[in-house]
Design a protein around this ligand. Sequence first.
Ligand code: PGA
Length: 253
Amino acid sequence: MRKPIIAGNWKMNKTRDEALQFIYSVVDKLPAKDKLDSIICAPAIILRDLVKRQGDNLRIGAQNMHQNDSGAFTGEISASMLQTTGVEYVIIGHSERRQYYNETDFTVNQKVLKALEKNLKPIVCVGESLQEREENLTNNVLERQVTLALENVSKEDIDNVVIAYEPIWAIGTGKVASSVMANEACEYIRNLIKKLYSDSEAEKIRILYGGSVSTKTIEELMAQPNIDGGLVGGASLDADSFIKLCNEAVENI
Ligand code: PGA
């Protein structure tokens, strides 16, 4: 059985003080780490502060990293730099990065490989636009994005990869994909992993749904057989809401 994940993606929100306040409010109230991986992906500047205070049942992740080890990339952060903060996870290829910062399937793959090399667990985001869904291209998009993101990722390393299916039209819009629709896409991704790796890797890999997940929708999403958790933006910013999401995820898996 796959251990579920609730990963909060704070995006560009929370100052250091606000983030610490949040951490102090949640650390004692999260499910035990053998039941759930509760993760907060925070702005890079506060990662180290959060790692120091994460306690037993919370893990911290970054929201992005550069694919090169070092160099003239003003404003960027390398995987080694992330490593020194003590984070365990890093989101890669979020649709906002693809849309606003020219991330491509190629750079996503480079980042995934670099993260794994540096012992960071990538949460790889994939998902179709509204137009692609309406044109019936969802599976084509998922096949392309997943296959290219995982190019040259070994069978040993795939165990450390998490995939997040995030239909772009559902992110921050309040339009959550129906749980059946979300499950279908996650199942399609799981079958791709079967083709690319093996039955047992497909059984093991954790696939999250993301896009307007809330305390109201988590129960139904978690009840779906191919959804192993959520990548949550807006609803992860409030401590009570995050605690509720984590506890409901464990109850409804
Ligand atoms: P949302 O964001 O939950 O606010 O829709 C999800 C995400 O972008 O990861």
